[in-house]
Design a protein around this ligand. Structure first.
Ligand code: C5P
Length: 239
């Protein structure tokens, strides 16, 4: 993967718009993230035309089902060669184990590179009250740590978490466990529906590996300028 930690979330159903954005943004980002919205609307053909652009793809389908079904879905997706693929940690230890094994086995059998398998911990749109409503009495912070421990036991390569858990997870899970962080907002930008947010610079300083940034780039008046400003500010954070 590239040095640039920014994966731009192309949350659109329109493959032409996604390809255009990817092409224009490519000098300023490390990869692109596409999720359910794009994949369900544009399908394999849309995926493949986007992949032709050459940027690493985080295929954010957040798989969540019984172990056998998730393993089969991972095996079906591996030939698309996403750089990163994810499942919900809430699917449990056995489901995550089945997913990471399916990725390794399918890659080996087909002589492919296995995607980095990532577990989604607690969505960055959820706070204490939201967790309480679904019967989780732990705070988002504690729930993220608990699910990250499970993900590590299941041989997942890392987790999706909010920037607020990055420091704790980095010391708990070690330097090689990848921390992928959405809910990123440049200073002064609207929160939208995200709750646990942080600026790109602060998230990187805290120890994030990959920053998923969507609307702050794609909805900007000038998306290329927005991506370029973010990548410049991250360069100066690193140096
Ligand atoms: O526009 P914004 O920067 O908020 O986009 C964030 C992206 O990250 C969205 O595509 C969303 O689906 C995704 N995401 C998230 N929280 C998670 C996992 C993924 O916001 N926990």
């Amino acid at each position: 993967m590239t040095d640039n930690p920014v994966f731009c979330a192309l949350d659109t159903q329109n493959p032409m718009r996604a390809s255009q954005l990817a092409e224009n943004l490519s000098p300023h980002i490390g990869g692109i993230k596409i999720g359910m919205e794009f994949f369900y609307a544009a399908g394999l053909a849309g995926y493949q035309s986007l992949a032709a652009n050459g940027l690493p793809i985080f295929l954010d389908l957040k798989l969540h089902d019984i172990p056998n079904t998730v393993a089969a879905a991972v095996a079906a997706l591996c030939p698309l060669q996403p750089a990163i693929l994810n499942v919900h940690a809430g699917g449990g230890l056995n489901m995550m184990r089945a997913a990471s094994k399916a990725a390794k086995d399918t890659a080996e059998e087909n002589n492919l590179t296995a995607p980095l398998m990532i577990a989604v911990t607690v969505l960055t749109s959820l706070e204490d009250e939201d967790l309480n409503q679904i019967g989780v009495s732990a705070t988002p912070h504690d729930q993220v740590l608990r699910l990250a421990d499970l993900a590590q036991q299941a041989d997942m390569g890392g987790v999706v978490c909010s920037a607020h858990e990055v420091e704790a997870l980095r010391s708990r899970c070690g330097p090689n466990f990848k921390l992928i962080v959405p809910g990123i907002r440049p200073a002064g930008h609207a929160k939208d529906d995200q709750k646990r947010i942080m600026t790109p610079e602060a998230a990187l300083e805290a120890g994030a590996d990959i920053l998923v940034i969507g609307r702050a780039i794609t909805q900007a008046v000038d998306p290329v300028q927005a991506a370029s400003d973010i990548s410049a500010s991250l360069q100066s954070t690193k140096s």
